[in-house]
Design a protein around this ligand. Sequence first.
Ligand SMILES: *[C@@H]1O[C@H](CO)[C@@H](O)[C@H](O)[C@H]1NC(C)=O
Length: 394
Amino acid sequence: MVSIASSSFVFLLLGLLQATIVVSAGFDYGDALDKSFMFFEAQRSGKLPMNQRVKWRGNSGLRDGFLQGVDLVGGYYDAGDHVKFGLPMAYSVTMMSWGAIEFRREIVGLNQMGHTLAAIKWGTDYFIKAHTQPNVLWGQVGDGDSDHYCWERAEDMTTPRTAYRLDPSNPGSDLAGETAAALAAASIAFKPYNSSYSNLLLVHAKQLFSFANTFRGYYDDSIACAKQFYTSSGYSDELLWAAAWLFRATNDEYYLKYVADNAASMGGTGWAVKEFSWDNKYAGVQILLSKVLMDGGGGAYTSVLKQYQAKADFFACACLQKNGGYNVATTPGGLVYVREWNNMQYAASAAFLVAVYSDYLSQSHAVLKCPDAQLQPQDLLNFANSQALSLLSN
Ligand SMILES: *[C@@H]1O[C@H](CO)[C@@H](O)[C@H](O)[C@H]1NC(C)=O
């Protein structure tokens, strides 16, 4: 089964929009990007707009949440199923927003910014609805067991549409943190286009971060039926990730101090990872914070940001197989191979991160010093491109 987080080839494509390689080896990445947004349209739940391009999809889930007195109409279905799982949905929105921020010029050049913002907003409008009080976030609609037992069209759904919520007695720092990150990143993406919507997103992002940070817990302890499908391995990464995005969105030192003060205790500078996914955000945090450092914005936190960047380097060097033996596993053809189930998501997200890092390095005229080699930004971009070519030809 293909989920919105795992099939999000769109992340990779967003990372590859540098004009020089939009058409590479006969592949038209601009066209592939357009089709990736069509995939997100097909995953839409709720009342569909007139300009919906995927015409075989009709309105569905129009009473989601009503039994519990809350309007949860909208958002994205996860996969070939009709559960609205909060964690992968929020992660997908964070990543699309990151792409929209980092590659704005390229996306506009391809006439795709309208579709990009629409794809983000389909998620963020839903998160705003689901965030009914500062410390309440509805985190799921439907459950995987009853949903998977009955295969039918979303438009004909007869399965229970039970909604599940987080609140101070049922916390979920990972899910609330990721949703805060998504809203903060989306607020940056929307800023040049709609400042009032951008401000609204930021209000929700700040409240959700505070909720996530104050009431600590694993979301799948509170929403137990999520455990079998999207088990969370921890929430420290999402707290750092949300704070890093909030810092970028607000420039408020409070958030920079948070990632600095909690760098060691939350694993941000201690944990060198080789995977970036809906569950594990560390490499993303490390690369985002490297940008703050490279832009000279570290101030009193410069030394801890250098530790973050050392781990960002580790990730990129591991992807490029230059990390003194501690490399990311690949297939014989060179595709990143993290695990058997849904592997493409890891290749796509690694390629996205490395492409973004390549841009950050090149903007500050830096190189990547790995244990086995010194790499240029172009080498990182070549890696991202190699993953796209593997994915497209598989
Ligand atoms: C900005 O976003 C708000 C909230 O979604 C919407 O009501 C408004 O029409 C948007 N403004 C523009 C200019 O698109």
